[in-house]
Design a protein around this ligand. Structure first.
Ligand code: MSP
Length: 503
């Protein structure tokens, strides 16, 4: 049988400094989705990478007295380290300075030009260097000429530039946003229409003459490509690499699912410009999921100047990556803004991973050891048992649907509900007071329930569940087929305190 093909992407990050918890957020959730689809048996291509061109990178490299390539190569070592520490298992890390990507972008530029989608014009506006974005007079606060995105001062700039002619696609993109479900959550699609389409869609400038650190425009060496066209095309140029399990045409023109996670500040690029570029190149549309920002404990945006930037390594070292991965999915409501702090993470981890999951495992295994010599007893029919198992199956179906819809935070709530059901089953059956077949059934159910819930959270809680699978299955991975696994008669090596209470 042909496996379902799934392409899953993060934005490619600017190597202009160290990554912070916000970048870790997108990548962790994307890794969760990728692992989930792989576990479901799909053929998945999960990519992340670095967006290495542009004026800001050039300036940073100048400051450091390095060639830009040398500069970014140093910085992305830190990216690899962070993805490693979070156990992000991407299939490819794409760099926009890779010759394969550069060649691909130039080819696509030529095609767009031949098809008449590109014209040469003049570009005027207020440029924000840190955000690499040019704002029209109408978009910025005219008194201070401040960038609407980061609030910093912009510079007046005018230069010759190539443009993508978006005017003929205004109806197309409005319809795609309104009726084709290309962006989730839906209310963000409405915002984009109101803010950027209703009053006339602006053409996108796709080249610059004011700096040189970019992919040269074919046939016009004065120009280098502006970062967004270069960057967005990574999602297709990734298929030029051997790591790709299927071809670009398989997915961008064929069947299969394309899941793209982006933060709210770059949703516009991914849900207006990107779908139009794809349409110009005869590719199909992806589904973009836009998430909010991670704010500090006071609800403020993180920034270097405020000194409130949260370092993901600090959280990984203090609580472990499972705890951080779980918190990012469960503690931040996906789609909206959320907060992160030591207090919040501690409370969440103690409340769920420790109290509801780890304690369930410790208690069950202790009982199995003292009542049944660590051997999983057979199971008999009982009303409570049927009820628990039906409940687990229903919640599993709900969870699977939620993750498929990238309804991430609710999917973790379904897991919590399942844990509550299982823990509640201990309270109802009172194994310490019971015996014989009744006790056998309770212990059998509990062991299988632990296996089931662990299979579901394995894509998120990557280290802890490995230990559970090792103990129950004798291997450290699981598939959805293990949901039906019968462990009766198996001697279980107990696990104690999978997650420790954080003081
Ligand atoms: N290079 C572009 C993206 C090009 S994609 C074709 C870019 N890079 S970035 O380094 O600035 O990273 C942007 C991404 O980082 C956002 O989409 C978002 O995923 C993430 N975040 C950065 N700060 C964030 C928070 N404070 N909170 C959550 N995510 C944020 O833009």
């Amino acid at each position: 049988m042909n496996k379902k093909k799934v392409l899953i992407t993060t934005p490619i990050y600017y190597p202009s400094g160290n990554l912070h918890i916000g970048h870790a957020y997108t990548t962790t959730l994307t890794d969760f989705l990728s692992r989930f689809h792989k576990q479901q048996g799909s053929e998945v291509f999960f990519i992340t990478g670095s967006d290495e061109h542009g004026q800001k990178i050039q300036e940073k490299a100048d400051e450091a007295n390095l060639h830009p390539l040398e500069y970014v190569t140093g910085i992305i070592k830190g990216f690899y380290k962070l993805w490693d520490a979070l156990k992000v298992e991407n299939d490819l890390f794409i760099r926009t300075t890779d010759p394969k990507h550069e060649k691909f972008v130039q080819e696509k530029f030529k095609i767009l030009k031949e098809k008449g989608h590109i014209y040469k014009g003049k570009y005027e506006g207020n440029y924000c260097i840190p955000c690499e974005e040019m704002w029209t007079d109408g978009q910025i606060d005219n008194a201070g000429k401040l960038c609407p995105n980061c609030g910093r001062a912009t510079e007046k700039q005018e230069e010759e530039s190539y443009f993508l002619n978006f005017a003929p696609f205004q109806k197309y993109i409005k319809d795609a946003l309104e009726n084709k479900g290309i962006l989730e959550p839906q209310h963000k699609a409405k915002e984009l229409i109101n803010n950027f389409i209703e009053d006339g869609l602006q053409d996108l400038s796709i080249s610059r003459t004011s700096f040189t650190w970019g992919i040269p425009v074919p046939g016009d060496s004065k120009h280098v490509m502006y970062v967004w066209l270069d960057a967005l095309l990574n999602y297709i140029s990734a298929f030029e690499f051997d790591e790709a399990p299927f071809t670009a045409d398989d997915i961008w023109r064929g069947e299969g699912e394309i899941i793209q996670l982006v933060g709210k500040e770059i949703t516009r690029f991914h849900s207006i410009y990107w779908p139009i570029i794809l349409e110009m190149l005869d590719y199909k549309n992806p589904k973009v999921y836009s998430h909010g920002w991670l704010l500090d404990e006071n609800g403020e945006k993180m920034s270097k100047s405020k000194g409130n930037v949260v370092d993901p390594f600090e959280f990984i070292e203090t609580y472990g990556r499972d705890a951080l991965r779980w918190y990012l999915a469960n503690g931040i409501s996906f789609g909206g803004d959320g907060r992160i702090s030591h207090e919040l993470v501690k409370e969440n981890i103690n409340g769920v991973l420790v109290n509801k999951y780890s304690n369930l495992i410790s208690r069950t295994m202790k009982m199995l050891n003292s009542y049944r010599d660590s051997i999983v007893p057979p199971k008999h029919n009982s009303e409570e048992s049927t009820k628990l198992n039906n409940e687990i199956l229903q919640l599993k179906d709900k969870y699977v649907l939620q993750v498929k819809k990238v309804d991430i935070t609710n999917s973790t709530k379904t897991i919590i509900k399942m844990l509550d059901e299982i823990n509640g089953y201990i309270d109802i059956t009172e194994p310490w007071k019971s015996e014989g077949e009744k006790l056998d059934t309770t212990l059998n159910d509990l062991i299988h329930a632990i296996l089931k819930v662990s299979i579901l959270i394995a894509p998120l809680v990557v280290d802890g569940t490995k230990k559970v699978f090792q103990s129950l299955l004798g291997r450290d991975i699981s598939t959805y087929e293990d949901f039906e696994k019968n462990l009766e008669g198996k001697k279980i090596e107990a696990i104690e305190n999978l997650f420790m209470r954080i003081k």
